[in-house]
Design a binder for this molecule. Structure first.
Ligand SMILES: C[S@@+](CC[C@H](N)C(=O)[O-])C[C@H]1O[C@@H](n2cnc3c(N)ncnc32)[C@H](O)[C@@H]1O
Length: 430
């Protein structure tokens, strides 16, 4: 395979490791030996199609779609005409590809990334097409991500009872931007989600393999983090028995698109034992850097009467360092409410920390902040600040977050925070 050049990277090129391909081809097994139509979107070298043919025979029609002709050349099929029997590689944008054909099996590894400016987002080469993508994709929400659009389009191209097997990041399981996608999939088919974690070497992505059967219903979430399934790749397809555990961690017959988390009965009982943090507090994010700059209230050197603008580095478990300036900005404390009125109220600050971990402290001195979540008491809530701070920083809360969300997102999210249960001894409605 070609080097990882900048052009390929800007189109989301990341090769799938052979053991992952082997496991996914195993999951994509056709129901009979009868010829079926198989599609690999974003195929590059068409490794899934080749592996499928090797595992299940020459009789199947194999179609690959790839945007980057250079990447497709690696598929060994001479681009459009096909020396490999019954294999066709089409150079096209999969999200805009118009076809009336429907498929029995769709499998592969779509590109991941938010489409936008090169300064902020990885997929900048497709920026001009974004309005078209949004037009064709009914699940597009917020910043969205190319892989979500690929999941929708692929699900639409399945025959009844057809099977989609994709490897995608874990973020769609819980982020709000994917709420429409989860509902779309729940309404159209049965979802099996196999959590495999960090299987792409050198890439900071936690992944799940999704098997979606068109026309059925329900959800099953499996924990495959122990890597047992990788033996399939090493032992060869024919010899392996199924590496899928007999019972999923989560199984819902009536799945309707809710968050997908490792909800064990024990942790659900724990979650239900208190009031959700989001019912006790309004959760805000700090004013952003451009707002501080535009406000003209900041200066870049300290001066009598000015305090540091605080960042995540000023926050640790149960403690705020009010003295060190990590942001490089100072401002008058009395000016902070001009940016966010609630900076003036003592409130709970929770770190937007890397990894799913909750770190918090009460800001009694009401400083300006450039980062972090800020939790303001809802009307009529009584709180034991010290007890609440200690509880939220406790190992029990960390264990709860780890158990349900693992490494699904790079940071603690507002959705996770809202659901943390608070025992009534620490905070309650009057
Ligand atoms: C994650 S790589 C997968 C490559 C290969 N299927 C594999 O698993 O090793 C994603 C591929 O999607 C291609 N791609 C990106 N956007 C595309 C689009 N809109 N339509 C078709 N292919 C696209 C990229 O050029 C890249 O080759």
């Amino acid at each position: 395979m070609k080097n990882f050049d900048a052009h390929s990277r800007a189109l989301g090129y990341v090769p799938t490791p052979p053991e992952v391909v082997a496991f996914m081809v195993h999951l994509a097994a056709p129901p009979t030996h009868a010829p079926c139509a198989v599609l690999e979107p974003a195929c590059a070298d068409a490794r899934f199609l080749h592996a499928f043919r090797q595992a299940y025979g020459n009789q199947h029609r194999l179609v690959g779609v790839e945007l980057n002709p250079e990447a497709a050349q690696e598929s060994n099929t001479g681009a459009v005409t096909a020396p490999v029997p019954r294999m066709e590689i089409i150079i096209a944008d999969f999200l805009l590809w118009d076809t009336s054909e429907r498929f029995d099996v769709i499998l592969g590894n779509p590109p991941y990334g938010i489409v936008g400016d090169a300064s902020h987002y990885p997929i900048h080469l497709l920026k001009e097409r974004k309005p078209l993508y949004k037009h064709h994709c009914t699940t597009w929400k917020g910043k969205y991500n190319l892989y979500g659009a690929f999941m929708e389009k692929a699900a639409r191209l399945l025959k009844p009872n057809g099977k989609l097997v994709f490897i995608v990041p874990t973020t769609w399981l819980i982020l709000d931007d994917f709420a429409l996608l989860r509902r779309f999939l729940a309404e159209r088919g049965h979802l099996e989600v196999f959590y495999v974690g960090r299987v792409f070497r050198g890439v900071n992505v936690s992944a799940v393999i999704v098997r979606f059967i068109h026309g059925k219903r329900g959800l099953a979430l499996y924990d495959m983090a122990n890597g047992e399934w990788q033996k399939l790749g090493r032992n060869g397809m024919g010899k392996a028995t199924s590496p899928v555990p007999k019972s999923p961690v989560v199984s819902k017959l009536d799945y309707a698109g809710e968050l997908i988390r490792f909800e064990t009965p024990e942790w659900l009982t724990f979650e239900q034992s208190g009031v959700p943090l989001g019912e006790l507090f309004h959760i805000h994010f700090a004013a952003r850097s451009p707002e501080f700059r535009k406000s003209r209230l900041i200066r870049t050197a300290s001066k009598a009467g000015y305090v540091p603008v605080l960042t995540g580095r000023n926050l640790s478990v149960g403690r705020i360092d009010y003295d060190t300036c990590y942001s490089g900005w100072w401002m008058r404390r009395e000016d902070a409410p001009k940016l966010r009125q609630w900076y003036a109220e003592p409130h709970l600050v929770v770190g937007h920390t890397k990894g799913v971990r909750l770190v918090c402290a009460v800001d009694w001195q009401c400083y300006p902040w450039r980062e972090e979540y800020h939790l303001l008491l809802r009307e009529g809530v009584q709180v034991d600040w010290e007890g609440l701070e200690r509880y939220l920083n406790s190992e029990q809360v960390q264990a709860y977050l780890q158990a349900l969300y693992r490494d699904f997102t790079p940071h603690l999210t507002k959705t996770m925070l809202k659901r943390v249960p608070v025992p009534t001894q620490y905070a309650a409605l009057e």
